[in-house]
Ligand binder design. Sequence first.
Ligand code: IMP
Length: 502
Amino acid sequence: MVSPEKQAFFEAQDVALTFDDVRLRTRSGHQAPLPDNLDLASRFSKNVELKVPFASAAMDTVTTSEMAIAMAKLGGIGVIHAGLSVEEQKTEVRRVKHHLNGLINRPIAFDRRRSLESILNECEDRKLDFRTFPVIDENNRFAGLITQNDLDFSEDLQLSVMDIMTPASEVTTADPDTKIEEAYSLMMEHKKKTLPLIDDNGEIAGLYIFSDVARIVRGDEAQFNVDERGRLRVAAAVPTDAEACDRIEEIRGDDGEFLDVAVIDSADGDSYYAFQTLELIKENFPDLDVVVGNVSEGASAGELAAAGADGVKVGQGPGSICTTRTETGIGTPQVTAVYESARAVEKYDVPIIADGGIRNHGDLSLAIAAGASAIMMGGMLSGSKETPGDILVLDNGSRVKMYRGMGSPSAMKASAASRKRYDVKGTGEPLAEGVESYVPYKGSVVDIVDMCVKALEKSMRYVKVDSIEQHQNETLFNRITNAGLIESHPHDVQVVSLKDKD
Ligand code: IMP
């Protein structure tokens, strides 16, 4: 529950505030000792947890599988953008889900009569980034294994799989109900990197991969944000119409096991269509978490939560590449929008995702103290190695990558989903609500998120809170003036970097 002092602060404001209008108040160590263990665990939606409260934006220059894998490994989550065909989006989501595997329930298996060439072509077409496969015979029974080595050391690609595979008789296998700890012991004992599980009919019932089994059993990578089966968590953006259900059905697979959360992605998240799409998805996939956005009014967030949203995304116009506010005049500044939305959804226990406008690391802590459970970033992560797109070298030698709004002219031209996000009907020239830009190439997103984590932790130590929830409820704000803002940044000096000159 938000403290009465914080409520009083926001109630006293006569204008809507954004990040540069406020700073957090520190607390005296007399009242609260410096926290030893900070817990950054939070939620992206009602049932989808985060180990750090960060998400990558559903944008075509930010999140496909490479970014989503990196974000989940860092403890956050990536939202695969919807500007892809259904097939492409499904492939990207599956790549995240297949990146680590405790137990693969239905491993991809190849018929032993197939040629190596046809298998390599299929791997290429399906963008599979692994090369270990069980082999089956004409009766669907386990016949052997092929691995990366078998494929690498075969000069004749016309050979069939059965000519090069390790036959079933030489493969260590186990029963279908083998637990992960038993699998680990067996694989250690026999020095095997794969362990097929075979049922009474001789058919493949699952597959363990050693690197992933070892990671889970040894707890090496406690920071990874994984589902209950040890696979990285991932979200997918969907448009506000009936196509959303087709997309979800295709992406989730028959048993609904490949998608953690669907994000209804609209510039106007409380439109009639957004509500209708939410209702439709909830009707068809009652056990799937659905986040809806974007809105910037408490009342809108509250209505979405009441209508069944499992998370509400807040931010209309704060984005670095966004022209929504200048083109249309709408949009509540982000700190007030997040605070009011968080208050409105409190009774539904629905998390708020603060989306857009993060310029400085300190804004992350401000967004959480305003009530956000997670923060979605585009600009902050843009230009990193894991974003889609090439590095360009400018005439002056600097390296850049493209970062563009999904409502920019080129993004809307490229994809129907972008046009839908900005509700473009008819055939004329659509109103652009975003711009295209180049940003400096920034190296790996791992270092960027690492700095975000360090800054949030440092901020929480200053204000003496040890959890995201305590930060949301207790941390107090000061409103600052323009003089306070100038004072906040380096001033009256010429900033230089001496890092490389040591
Ligand atoms: P940033 O982190 O400040 O760069 O903002 C990223 C967010 O801006 C995204 O997550 C979207 O919600 C939003 N956004 C993306 N494209 C556009 C656009 O073209 N116009 C307005 N907002 C956009």
